[in-house]
Design a binder for this molecule. Structure first.
Ligand code: HEM
Length: 484
């Protein structure tokens, strides 16, 4: 062997130009799962000209996300990051840098800290009540759960981040609910697309798929919205009518102006952070609840166990509150089991190597992209008994949690780039799910049998059900006055 040639991890032989992209189907985590069975848990692929390293076991995940976390704590510079997140200044797209460290610290310590989440809990409670009231009005009719949950999370995040529910008609709002939801929908859609220009950079200027144009268009619209929000805040501050901290933008503006900050946060960076806060948890949390309800409808005995627990711990005369969740181990187990079987970000967000690095005897080169296939890890038969079965009891009495320390279950990632909103994400998922189960009896529409409910996936920025779940809340379980 040429001693200078790097000892790359095993992988399929790449084609010129396209590399191994021909082996990647519409569900990349499944294609990569099949490849890793042949080439092993540390595998090397080529996506166009980019080297991609995939970790598919607990041991390799720990090496990449813990032992060598610092070497892999940057993000690749993809077109979406440039055009949709203000030149890579979103929290999820920013390279490892003093700016990213500073902004992440503010988000973790100030915006999403347990204390701040408690301060804004009343907003989540109010939004959930409206959602449950709407669900009550839909009793005995089929509902598309994902859309409802998405709107619940969007209203909640819109209030916590911007101080207003932009999902509802209000003549003082700067955008109509339709404009607001359409802008964000387009943002998700175009962010989730795979652009050929990312894999083959000399094709990027041609914008063959028209993605860059769409990215610029939606960013222009969103920018006007964020500009107006910031203008209003600064005007209020200047006028002396500042009323303290009412939402996350208030906190951000306060910190951005702090002269003691090591790195100054510029206006375009503020807008990127606002966008992250508004969007990162809405879809992810809604999809987790949709997957959980789908799994439960296929396993009615689990619904029975969950409702028994709810009746015993909460009783039938009130809703479930966030602080009740610690006393609901079966509900927690359902959420973990759902995240194990259907992680909504199955390959985590790609990282990038900041330097050459030796891992498990192989050379991983600077600028390689790093993916962790948590879908494979979640179904690994050497870790999980009956890996493909929905069996929440497997978590009862076990210490495994989803907070990034147990490498067999990483729905929020781990290490320096781990999800910074996991605490909020868990609250949104657990409390929506618990109250849907506590508040209603459920069935599939018409004569549909549980065997007929498909669990096919669609890959994108987040992995959702290919065919959205339609379900019928047959009747309320609690006294009627609680739904008003
Ligand atoms: C159930 C809900 C959620 C799930 C499943 C989820 C999942 C994830 C995952 C897998 C990552 C990538 C981690 C990695 O690369 O190691 C991530 C990153 C991120 N998440 Fe979440 N997330 C959720 C909710 C939220 C919420 C509520 C927020 C904020 C309000 C949020 C903000 C972010 C941000 C900003 C990043 C990028 C972090 C960085 O690169 O430094 N997420 N999330």
């Amino acid at each position: 062997r040429n001693p200078k040639k790097p000892n790359l991890p095993p992988g399929p032989k790449p084609w010129p130009i396209i590399g191994n992209l021909n082996l990647i189907g519409p569900l990349p985590h499944i294609s990569i799962h099949s490849l890793s069975r042949k080439y092993g848990p540390l595998m090397h692929l080529k996506f166009g000209f980019d080297s991609v390293v995939v970790g598919s076991s607990v041991e390799v995940a720990e090496l990449l996300l813990k032992t060598h976390d610092l070497s892999f704590s940057s993000r690749p510079q993809l077109l979406a990051g440039k055009y949709l997140t203000y030149d890579y200044t979103g929290m999820g797209t920013a390279p490892y840098s003093p700016y990213w460290r500073q902004a992440r610290k503010i988000c973790v310590m100030e915006l999403l800290s347990p204390k701040r989440l408690d301060q804004f809990e009343y907003m989540r409670v109010e939004e959930r009540k409206l959602f449950l009231h709407d669900m009550f009005k839909s009793c005995s009719k089929p509902v598309q759960l994902k859309d409802r949950l998405y709107m619940l999370n969007l209203s909640t995040m819109s209030r916590m981040v911007l101080g207003k529910r932009y999902t509802e008609e209000d003549e003082n709002n700067i955008v109509t609910p339709k404009e607001f939801t359409e802008m964000l929908e387009e943002l998700f859609l175009v962010h989730g697309t795979l652009d050929i220009g990312d894999a083959i950079p000399w094709l990027a200027p041609l914008d063959l798929q028209g993605h860059v144009k769409r990215m610029k268009d939606v960013n222009r619209k969103l920018d006007r919205f964020y500009e107006q929000i910031l203008d209003e805040r600064y005007a209020r501050k200047k006028s002396g009518k500042d009323q303290g901290v009412n939402d996350m933008v208030d906190v951000l503006v306060q910190f951005a102006d702090d002269p003691t900050l090591e790195v100054k946060i510029e206006r375009h960076q503020l807008k990127a952070i606002i966008q992250d806060l508004l969007t990162a948890g809405t879809d992810t949390s809604a999809l987790n609840v949709e997957w959980a309800m789908s799994l439960l409808l296929k396993n009615p005995e689990a619904i029975q166990k969950a409702t028994e627990e709810l009746d015993r711990v909460i009783g039938r005369d009130r809703w479930v509150q966030e602080k009740d969740i610690v006393n609901l181990p079966y509900i927690q187990a359902i959420v973990k089991e759902t995240m194990r079987l259907h992680p909504v970000v199955p390959l985590l967000i790609p990282r990038v190597a900041r330097e050459d690095c030796k891992v498990a005897g192989y050379d991983l080169l600077k600028n390689s992209r790093v993916l962790i296939n948590i879908w494979t890890i979640g179904r690994d038969p050497t870790i999980w008994e009956k890996p493909n079965e929905f069996w929440p009891d497997r978590f009862i009495g076990k210490e495994i949690d989803v907070k990034g320390h147990d490498y067999e279950l990483l729905p929020f990632g781990s290490g320096r780039r781990m999800c910074l909103g996991y605490g909020l994400g868990l609250k949104l998922v657990q409390s929506s799910l618990a109250n849907l189960l506590h508040g209603f009896e459920w069935k599939l529409p018409g004569d549909m049998k549980r065997q007929d409910l498909d669990m096919e996936e669609r890959f994108g920025l987040t992995t959702c059900k290919k065919n959205p779940l339609v379900v019928v809340p047959t009747k309320p379980r609690l006294p009627h006055h609680l739904y008003s």
